[in-house]
Design a binder for this molecule. Structure first.
Ligand code: DX5
Ligand code: ZN
Length: 224
């Protein structure tokens, strides 16, 4: 099942509840929240207090993508704020197994994220622990960047590993998901599609969510 996860990074931060409601009317099923600390990535965004407010504004699951150093220190705050899914970067976690255990222990779905330069096969030993794997298809830090084409082979490799290992984690892709890229991303095996500028960039979140989701579903139907 292909799902669209609008990234609020490209939304109007003064009207987040309205932006999310519009995306939900367009068919969004999960909301993607980009948390950046200005250290792990060269940008600073939002944290658990905003998630706490969003929790009251929508019933959709909140997928919190932690682009921070030492995410373990923040994970309990996100749990308390009402996050449903939390993903941490392979590159930020020297004790990745422990980080994923912590997320699960606090009752959330755990995800692991890899940057464009990190080999997919390095994840083999943690794949049984995760609900989802997020493949970054841009270098994290900013919305509106171009999709890196080599990501397609990485998505295919992850899908291949999943079937070889008999696992059922979901494959999420983040960065440059837009009208001109979504079909090949879905055909490569991605099911959870994060999109920021393609959803919120034109100020028409309902219309643009619906259109992107329709294109994704067409590609999924052709692939099946
Ligand atoms: C980038 C973030 C993305 C970003 C995607 O570091 O993780 O979620 O919002 O933006 P677009 O869809 O515009 O590439
Ligand atoms: Zn993200």
């Amino acid at each position: 099942m292909v799902e669209l996860l609008p990234s609020i990074l490209s939304a109007d931060f003064a009207h987040l509840a309205d932006e999310i409601a519009a995306a939900e009317r367009g068919g969004a099923t999960v909301i993607h929240v980009d948390v950046m600390d200005g250290h792990f990535v060269p940008n600073l965004t939002i944290g658990a207090p905003v998630v706490k407010s969003l929790r009251k504004a929508t019933k959709l699951p909140l997928d919190c993508h932690l682009m921070v150093e030492n995410p373990d220190a923040l994970v309990p705050d996100f749990a308390a704020a009402g996050a449903d899914w939390v993903s941490v970067h392979y590159e930020a976690c020297p004790n990745l197994h422990r980080s994923l255990q912590l997320i699960t222990k606090l009752g959330m779905k755990a995800g692991v994220v890899i940057n464009p330069h990190t080999r997919v096969d390095l994840l083999v030993d943690v794949l049984p622990m995760v609900h989802y794997v997020l493949i970054m298809s841009v270098n994290p830090g900013f919305g509106g960047q171009a999709f890196i084409p080599a990501s397609l082979g990485r998505i295919r490799r992850l899908a291949e590993l999943r079937s070889q290992l008999g696992l059922s984690f979901r494959i999420e892709v983040d960065g440059g998901v837009a009208h001109d890229t979504v079909a090949q991303i879905v055909q490569a095996g991605a099911e959870l599609l994060v999109a920021g500028s393609a959803v919120f960039g034109a100020g028409e979140a309902e219309r643009d969510t619906r259109a992107l989701l329709a294109a994704a579903r067409r590609a999924a139907a052709e692939t099946a």
